[in-house]
Design a protein around this ligand. Structure first.
Ligand SMILES: Cc1ncc(COP(=O)(O)O)c(C=O)c1O
Length: 328
């Protein structure tokens, strides 16, 4: 995903359109303009060549950052994006909401786990009920940058700090400060996770490795069942550890298959309607045809049931039903 724009350049970002709209909306909250770039049809991830082409079409300083998404749990090649971002003085924000436990090994044989902060300044995770770690709602930001970390702590709590080493100077006539003292230093928010949600999330964390293994096991069974058929699947290369938030297939009659599976009580889903085609973003001039690979992907994609408690028997039923409809 790529955000960018025509205003000050300070708030322009690149984003790619196959994601949940939240990945783009965050830029709008900050007064920025969103530019999208197409996906790589091989991975359904942000196409770095499309991003590079867009960067080359604008003066340096026009864009401020790139937000690649580890879509479906497939880790994006952040090492390549880091290089590109550095060449243009951009920051990187990794949307790792789908990818806790995902990782890739770069060309120097170094492993990068999604959200480990080795390549992007910030990474975001979601604790929405369907995610790997479900805490009701809420999420998490990870960073290795101490200044950003402290800034985020303040923003989470209305912009207030009670740490004395962060206080600014006193003013003439200020009464002596005591233990109660705190400072509102900037306009922040109430973005705190409740204690109850944190407790739920922490308990899930203890089972997260087992749940990831189960997701990978389920994916392998789907891969084996659909390999060599008209059902298009995406098998990642050996240097990629996919976290399988979603298992997506591509078929020509996607609507037919979706409806057929519903009649069998199988709740397949579509991820995602391209963000640039949402009415909110179309008002900025984005239109059908802007990103052919993303739009073709949307026309054919279907996410099959993928969650750790899916039983082998249930998965077998899903596989047989998909094959029955496609005729393979
Ligand atoms: C890729 C992606 N980014 C961001 C979000 C936003 O997460 P939340 O709903 O927790 O704000 C989601 C949620 O589904 C998502 O799938």
């Amino acid at each position: 995903m790529l955000y960018g724009a025509g205003c000050t350049g300070r708030y322009t970002r690149y984003h790619y359109p196959i994601t949940f709209s939240a990945s783009a909306n965050c830029v709008r909250y900050c007064g920025g303009d969103v530019y999208f770039a197409d996906i790589d049809p091989e991975t359904a991830l942000l196409d770095i060549n499309a991003v590079r082409a867009l960067l080359e079409q604008h003066p340096k300083g026009y864009f401020s950052g790139i937000i690649p998404v580890d879509f479906a749990g497939y880790p994006v090649d952040l090492a390549a994006f880091r290089e590109l971002a550095d060449a243009y003085g951009l920051w990187l924000l990794e949307d790792a909401c789908h990818a806790p436990g995902g990782a890739f090994i770069d060309s120097k044989k170094i492993e990068h786990r999604c959200g480990d902060g080795s390549l992007a300044e910030l990474a975001i995770f979601s604790f929405h009920p369907v995610k790997h770690i479900a805490a009701g709602e809420g999420g998490m930001i990870t960073t290795n940058d101490e200044a950003l970390y402290k800034h985020l702590l303040r923003l989470r709590t209305h912009g207030i700090t009670s740490k004395s080493n962060e206080f600014t100077e006193t003013y003439a006539g200020e009464p002596e400060r005591g233990g109660w003292y705190m400072q509102l230093q900037e306009l922040g928010y109430n973005y705190r996770l409740t204690d109850m949600q944190a407790a739920l999330g922490t308990s899930q964390l203890q089972r997260v490795d087992a749940m990831l293994s189960r997701r990978q096991e389920i994916a392998k069974r789907y891969d084996d069942a659909f390999a060599g058929t008209a059902i298009q699947i995406m098998v990642p290369p050996g240097n990629v550890r996919h976290a399988y938030h979603l298992y997506v297939i591509q078929v020509d009659d996607r609507k037919g298959l979706y409806d057929f599976l519903r009649t069998k009580n199988i709740m397949a889903q579509v991820h995602y309607i391209p963000v640039h085609l949402m009415p909110y973003y179309r008002q900025f001039g984005w239109k059908p045809g802007d990103f052919p690979s993303a739009e073709r992907y949307y026309a054919r994609c279907l996410s099959l049931p993928m969650f750790p408690t899916l039983t082998d028997k249930e998965q077998e039923y899903v596989i047989e039903s998909v094959k029955e409809f496609v005729g393979v």
